[in-house]
Design a protein around this ligand. Sequence first.
Ligand SMILES: [Mg+2]
Length: 108
Amino acid sequence: MKTEDEIAIELSDRVVEVSRSAIETFGVECQLMKSIEELAELGASLCRYLVDPDSLSNLASVHEELADVTIMTTQLNMIMDDESVCEVIREKLDRLESKIAEEKKGDG
Ligand SMILES: [Mg+2]
């Protein structure tokens, strides 16, 4: 049986592979428009989930839109230059870690 990490790596490799193919096949402009659409759909599904968190169809909708957005953000990273995005992610993670440490200090 595969571990969660193995499944995540396998899925991630496939998302990258299919994302690259989607950009080549449909073009950058089309995938940027699709990204906007999917981000809006996730926002709408999260609103419905917050209004009625006990609804299984609302939860299923969040899962579906989150999957769509995960695929589209991979494509956005490729289109907008992965390495530049990675650098900003590192900076933001540093800042978030500092905030977490500050918050934990406040709890003590
Ligand atoms: Mg969608």
